[in-house]
Design a protein around this ligand. Structure first.
Ligand code: COA
Length: 177
């Protein structure tokens, strides 16, 4: 599959395999305070974090045959990403292997349903292609939009890790299991 063929589609969006040319989009988003506010330590990513993560994402695709997707609208404009990462039982946060899902939408496009639409399509495709029986997503409970998005996609609460930056874990099992 070339990077130009969409891996998933919705009415408004095309989702493509993360590719070397997406480094610029990742860099542009990862330095925005409103994007990283609830991600990791909440600080904009350094250039080395951006390039390291980008390399890891390309490597994940090579090893696993699936991974992060870049979302573009009907005009071809980049509108965000869906982060899809295989996790072992040790690093999933829920004690069993799972595929973790995350999502970033460019701030100018928030509130139009893109986050839910893109993530929903990717979730359906990950299950349909047999890449996972269980998905996990973690979010800061203060991140209302993220919590709503997950609830709309039928993710259910698993547990919450309290702390300076609390993290709510949610899960979604493959529907036919
Ligand atoms: C989380 C994020 C992806 C949502 O993207 P989006 O395209 O705006 O989401 P949607 O339009 O699909 O909306 C999802 C729900 O969140 C709500 N929502 C959107 N923006 C919101 C905001 N600023 N405050 C509260 N709720 C909000 C929507 O109203 C919708 O809920 P509803 O159907 O009950 O009304 C986007 O805000 C983002 O990129 N945030 C920064 C990165 C991030 O925090 N990612 C998640 C890390 S866990």
């Amino acid at each position: 599959m070339t990077s130009n063929e969409p891996w998933a589609r919705t009415e408004r969006l095309e989702l493509r395999r993360w590719a070397p040319e997406h480094l610029a989009e990742l860099r542009a988003l990862a330095v925005l305070p409103e994007i990283v506010r609830y991600v990791g330590d909440g600080r904009p990513w350094s250039e080395s974090t951006v390039t390291t993560r980008h390399r890891e994402v390309l490597e994940h695709w090579r090893r696993q045959g699936f991974g992060w997707l870049a979302a573009h609208d009907g005009t071809g404009a980049f509108v965000g990403l869906v982060a899809v990462t295989r996790r072992s039982g040790e690093d999933s946060g829920i004690g069993v292997p799972a595929v973790e899902v995350g999502y970033w939408v460019v701030p100018g496009a928030w509130g139009r349903g893109y986050g839910t639409e893109a993530t929903g399509a990717v979730v359906a495709e990950v299950f349909a292609r047999g890449h996972a029986d269980l998905l996990v997503a973690r979010y800061d409970p203060a991140n209302t939009a993220s919590g709503r998005l997950l609830a709309k996609l039928s993710f259910t609460p698993h547990h919450v890790v309290d702390g300076e930056r609390p993290l709510a874990y949610t899960v979604l099992a493959r529907p036919d299991r």
